[in-house]
Design a protein around this ligand. Structure first.
Ligand code: UD1
Length: 416
């Protein structure tokens, strides 16, 4: 099993090109199934999750060619409509295929995705939305069988602004006979990216980025050539890495507007931030003030996917930070690993109480999930002596060549 070995205490200096967003590319790959014409998606990161999605859509009948960060999909052949259990388990995001396979084939059979490493992650909101659109759903033997041949576009409201449920409604309603008006939609930038991509294929969708999305169904979608948005969570992780180590880093190919909630916190904590159109420059002397109370919220609030990384930074800040994790119920698994390094974090329910210490000390640690694993790497970059992070396959689900990027910036990190 690969691991990272980190000797902390180095400053970060240099420039990073931010990879394309995994959480945008996954629904875009699902959306590509909605047309029989060729689709090109650029800026796709080379990650296990993306490659799993490619494997699933290929098994459904799509022809997929990957050249570097460009993925070309042609789904003109006959389609299967079933996503088997082992594939659904490998990739929770296969749930997006419910909307796109239903949109294309009018029927879909998807294995129940079940729980995952950060919490239960039910799909009741997805199914409720489909039912409101008059999709017939039969759940049997761990599979969800859906029939959209009598789908009726209508106005519906999500009980909670779920990212995945919003994307599934957009995917299903894009090709339909009427207008679907979705209220309390999620407002994440990845949803705007999906709208822009679908519109480049000829869809008529407006309102993404607000709580109200209007989808005017069209008869047919065509091919497209589209560049996916940059990964705001990866960018945020490198910003926090610079804050925790000290140094001076330029992030290029970023969308600063997507990172407002993090940038304002880093500025208040003593980092110098300079923002240009597609570039963020950060300078930190490593002397960080605590963050007070940080609550994770749906966008534009502070993202749950950057909670663990900010908790790692708070462990070496001056003062106390209280984190409130409001999105997922099981996102503190990394905390005992951080505490092994001398951090002082106490978890009580959805709260983590973090008392800053002057220095962390290296330890043997284990990544339990993607973002929690990234937090351990950040802590290791700060710590005195050597930190080992095991089980880094979790981390590599979301970060392209994390060790290579950090090494270029001056870190002492080896992947073994
Ligand atoms: C997406 C992101 C994930 C991010 C999350 C929240 C992708 C591939 N993943 O996940 O990285 O952490 O948004 O920003 O884009 N919920 C229900 N029932 C449902 C659906 C969701 O109760 O049917 C709950 C979830 O358990 C969770 C909350 O709603 O507590 C948010 O989930 P959701 O917004 O759907 O996240 P995902 O789309 O799964």
């Amino acid at each position: 099993m690969p691991k990272y070995i980190i000797n902390g205490g180095k400053k970060l200096i240099g420039e990073i090109q931010i990879q394309g967003a995994k959480n945008a590319v996954l629904p875009l790959l699902a959306a590509a199934l909605l047309t029989d014409e060729a689709v090109t998606i650029r800026n796709c990161p080379n990650l296990v999750d993306v490659n799993n999605m490619i494997r699933i859509i290929s098994a459904l009948g799509a022809r997929v060619v990957r050249t570097g960060d460009i993925i070309q999909i042609t789904s003109d052949g006959l389609f299967a409509h079933e996503i088997p259990k082992h594939q659904a388990k490998e990739l929770r995001s296969s749930v997006f295929l419910l909307g796109s396979v239903l949109g294309r084939m009018k029927k879909a059979k998807v294995a129940y995705p079940g729980g995952c490493d950060i919490g239960l992650r039910p799909i009741d909101l997805h199914l409720k939305a489909l039912l409101e659109l008059n999709v017939r759903i039969v759940e049997k033997y761990g599979y969800i069988n859906c029939d959209a041949s009598n789908m009726i576009p209508t106005a519906l409201t999500l009980d909670y602004p779920s990212v995945g449920a919003t994307e599934n409604v957009m995917l299903l309603a894009a090709i339909s006979n009427g207008v679907t008006a979705l209220a309390n939609a999620a407002r994440e930038p990845e949803i705007v990216d999906l709208q822009n991509f679908l519109n480049s294929m000829g869809a008529k969708i407006s309102g993404a980025g607000t709580s109200y999305i209007r989808i005017e169904g069209v008869k047919h979608l065509k091919g497209a050539d589209y560049t996916a948005m940059p990964d705001r969570i990866v960018a945020g992780t490198y910003l926090i890495a610079t804050a925790i180590c000290g140094g001076c880093v330029d992030l290029v190919n970023v969308e600063p507007g997507h990172l407002q909630s993090l940038l304002s916190k880093l500025m208040k904590s003593g980092c110098d931030i300079d923002i240009k159109a597609n570039k963020i420059s950060i300078t930190s002397n490593g002397n960080i003030q605590a963050f007070g109370i940080v609550e994770t919220q749906p966008y534009p609030g502070y993202p749950t996917d950057l909670q663990a990384q900010l908790t790692a930074l708070a462990t070496v800040a001056n003062g106390t930070t209280i984190i409130s994790e409001n999105i997922f119920e099981n996102r503190y698994k990394f905390v005992p690993e951080l505490n092994k390094m001398g951090a002082q974090v106490m978890v009580k329910g959805k709260f983590a109480f973090v008392t800053g210490v002057s220095k962390l000390t290296g330890a043997e640690t284990y990544a339990m999930d993607l973002r929690g694993g990234a937090a351990l790497v950040l802590a290791g970059l700060n710590a005195e002596q050597t930190t080992v992070v095991h089980d880094i396959h979790h981390i590599e689900r979301g970060y392209e060549e994390l060790d290579v990027v950090l090494k270029k910036l001056g870190c002492d990190i080896i992947r073994l």
